[in-house]
Design a protein around this ligand. Structure first.
Ligand SMILES: Cc1cc2nc3c(=O)[nH]c(=O)nc-3n(C[C@H](O)[C@H](O)[C@H](O)COP(=O)(O)OP(=O)(O)OC[C@H]3O[C@@H](n4cnc5c(N)ncnc54)[C@H](O)[C@@H]3O)c2cc1C
Length: 469
């Protein structure tokens, strides 16, 4: 059978591409190498995803499954300063209350939803080879399922293979961002103390000491399931690996390293004092990167398959799903109007998506620049009525909420403006330098954040370890 689209990967990007295209009447086949549910990093979602969940038809289910997220708090490593950024300050409808998700459950929900909407899926089916020069411009895909080789044919290929970067790797077009060379470790904990904003749903980002050039990202993903991710630069990790080697602790050194960092940070030390690790440690070392050529007449790379940026601003899922939606519209035009109109639409869509990614990249670079502003030391509350700078203050909220696609040029200019020390000092004095006004929460109680979760629906992923901090 000739499919319209073959999609490699059933993560959020591939599953939503499948939904959007099947809804337009196309025959879409999603090939996913894992059997879902499978665990994954990337659990804190931005408010700008909310309308997409509504459009995909999963919003009500999300409310029953996942913890709500009203904002983010940034703290220094020793806990001496922090700032809380509440999405309700700038979003005045229900979408300000976003989600923290268990990805095993979230990804399965999206993939099942694609099937509900008419896409076909094969799980446990690993794509091994792709020929973009099939007969009449088609694509031939070879995959292995149950140790059997299957061959599929489609008019168009969507590579949504995430960090596997199926096409980019094979074409030698995977390029690293040298400045963003970091490594992440993540696991879930049971028995953590839900205090300091975790009880009220805040994503917590804790800056580590300067030489580690990294952070902890802490988010409640269940009533008794706390996700704690650690990001450090490669140089520091290398030194630590050597240290563990010298002391004869080479086996399991990654877990020992992760636990060491948990003990060294005052916030994690406190909240995890009596907690236990509840799933295997995940290590992600392959980031950040981009491919130069992300689309052609019969293929496109979407989501992490084409570009991945450091996850400090929890942008990946939103970038992936929204790119799928935008490209589904361009591909519809390609199929209906032909190559010329289709390519024009794809070029325009790609330009728009690149604008969003470039904005996130600029924001990420500012985060890691020790000379630049530190979100933990800014207050997110302002009394100033100096309107120009007040607007600028709102823009940081918008960026944290995920407004990457609408006004990226304007926001980008704003971030450039803040790089100028004089302008930044002026902005800080006029707008954000109000230490006595630091909020501690976004004004929600436990019930709002955890109250709607239906315990019966929440699938329990594996418990492994029982390691104490
Ligand atoms: C440490 C860390 C923390 C993060 N935190 C956040 C966060 O808080 N919020 C956020 O939004 N994002 C976060 N991200 C980013 C987020 O994880 C990704 O951007 C997101 O998962 C991208 O979705 P995707 O569908 O493009 O790729 P994936 O979710 O990786 O899905 C790709 C799928 O393709 C399948 N696949 C791969 N190769 C093949 C093949 N050959 N054949 C068949 N199937 C294949 C894989 O099994 C996988 O299921 C984080 C990332 C890291 C590393």
């Amino acid at each position: 059978m000739l499919y319209d689209f073959i999609i490699i990967g059933g993560g959020p990007t591939g599953a939503s591409a499948g939904t959007f295209l099947a809804r337009k009447g196309y025959k879409a086949l999603i090939l996913e190498k894992e059997i879902f549910p499978r665990q994954h990093v990337g659990e804190s979602l931005l408010p700008f995803c909310y309308p997409l969940f509504e459009e995909l038809g999963v919003l009500d289910e999300m409310k029953k499954r996942f913890v709500r997220k009203p904002g983010a708090r940034f703290s220094n490593h020793d806990g001496t300063s922090s700032s809380t950024w509440c999405f309700k300050n700038i979003i005045h409808d229900d979408s300000y209350l976003s989600f923290h998700v268990v990805r095993a459950d979230f990804d399965k929900m999206l993939l099942d939803n694609a099937v509900k909407n008419g896409a076909e899926k094969r799980e446990g089916c690993k794509v091994e080879k792709v020929d973009l020069n099939g007969p009449n411009g088609t694509v031939i895909v070879d995959a292995i399922q149950d140790e059997t080789r299957h061959t599929f044919q489609a008019r168009f290929l969507i590579d949504a293979s995430g960090q596997d970067t199926f096409l980019a790797k094979r074409s030698g077009d995977k390029n690293a961002y040298q400045d963003l060379d970091r490594i992440a470790f993540l696991t879930h904990w049971k028995g953590a103390k839900y205090t300091q904003g975790i009880d009220v749903g805040l994503l917590q980002i804790v800056y580590l000491e300067a030489h580690k050039s990294g952070w902890f990202g802490i988010q409640p993903v269940g009533k008794d399931r706390l996700s704690v991710g650690l990001v450090v630069n490669r140089k520091y990790l290398k030194e630590q690996k050597e240290k563990f080697k010298r002391s004869g602790n080479e086996d399991d050194w990654q877990k020992q390293f992760y636990l060491q960092e948990v003990r060294e940070c005052s916030l994690t030390r406190e909240i995890l004092a009596h907690a236990e690790i509840a799933q295997p440690l995940i290590a992600v070392s392959d980031y950040s990167y981009f491919a130069e050529k992300t689309f052609g007449s019969n293929f496109v790379m979407l989501g992490d398959a084409g570009k991945f940026l450091d996850p400090i601003f929890a942008s990946g899922v939103y970038l992936g799903i929204n790119s799928s939606k935008m490209f589904a519209n361009a591909l519809d035009l390609l199929f209906k109007e032909g190559q010329e109109e289709g390519m024009k639409a794809m070029i325009a869509t790609k330009k728009h998506i690149d604008g969003a990614y470039n904005l996130v990249e600029k924001f990420v670079n500012i985060f890691y620049d020790p000379e630049s502003f530190n979100l933990a030391t800014l207050s997110s509350v302002s009394e100033s009525n100096y309107s120009g700078y007040e607007t600028a203050f709102s823009l940081v909220h918008y960026l944290l909420a995920g407004d990457f696609f609408n006004n990226y040029e304007r926001y980008s200019d704003f971030l450039d403006m803040l790089k100028n020390p004089k302008q930044f000092a002026r902005w800080k004095n006029l707008v954000v330098n109000k230490p006595n006004l630091h909020e501690k929460t976004c004004g929600h109680n436990y019930e709002t954040i955890f109250g709607e979760i239906d315990d019966e629906l929440v699938e329990s992923t594996s418990i492994n370890g029982n390691v104490r901090a």
